[in-house]
Design a protein around this ligand. Structure first.
Ligand code: TMP
Length: 208
């Protein structure tokens, strides 16, 4: 497992409430037990600049923010994260695990927001060296289950209407159909069941 995952870039993504933050933590714990040198980051965030951009993006007061502004801000935070953290970790042959990535901009802004998946991908390809990871795992969940998992005051993105979130889910499913190196996990079950599915996928996948 150590050799297989050296220098690999793996993303967990999906709609709000899909459980990816919990699953990312469990995956990191498991990789530690396998003695795989690992770094993990959240997108947007995990750099000084990225955390500031995250606050602007998620602030519920910013109701007038346009989809184009969202795309550019998410991409800016990501470009910074790539340069400052991800690229150096991959150079050191660490396994890099991301909580969200470009797939989110494709599903939220590209598909649900109407910016266009292809347009998002083009912008990313012009902005940093490795837009697509070695593996993206999409945690798929229905709207009812995901809504029940969210707690606290919703941020600006979570507060978008139900139809928007339905389209976000469809956007992720569209990406799984379109893109290479995407795998889907049914994430409606309990934490342990979903974790087992993710670990089985990572153990069985062969990186091309
Ligand atoms: P998080 O709470 O999972 O960290 O993500 C922050 C919110 O931002 C979440 O509602 C999803 C949204 N988002 C986008 O709309 N586009 C993106 O490119 C990313 C990375 C997140």
């Amino acid at each position: 497992m150590k050799n297989k995952l050296r220098g690999k870039f793996i993303v967990l993504d999906g709609p709000d409430g899909c459980g990816k933050t919990t699953q990312t933590k469990l995956l990191i714990q498991w990789l530690g037990e396998q003695a795989v040198p690992t770094e993990t980051f959240r997108d947007p965030g995990d750099t000084d600049i990225g955390e500031k951009i995250r606050q602007i993006l998620l602030n519920p007061e910013h109701i007038t923010m346009s989809t184009s502004a969202e795309v550019l801000l998410y991409m800016a935070a990501r470009a910074q994260l790539w340069e400052e953290k991800i690229a150096p970790a991959l150079t050191q042959k660490k396994c890099v695990i991301l909580d969200r990535w470009l797939s989110s901009t494709c599903a939220y802004q590209g598909y649900a927001g109407g910016f266009g998946i292809e347009q998002v991908i083009k912008l990313a390809a012009d902005s940093f060296k490795m837009p697509w990871p070695d593996l993206t795992i999409i945690l798929d969940v229905d709207l009812e289950t995901s809504a029940n998992r969210l707690s606290g005051r919703p941020d600006r993105m979570e507060a978008k209407p139900r139809q928007y979130h339905q389209k976000v889910r469809e956007g992720f499913l569209e990406l799984v159909r379109q893109q290479k190196n995407f795998l889907i996990v049914d994430a409606a079950g309990d934490i342990e069941t979903v974790q087992k599915k993710i670990l089985r996928l990572i153990s069985e996948v062969s990186f091309t």
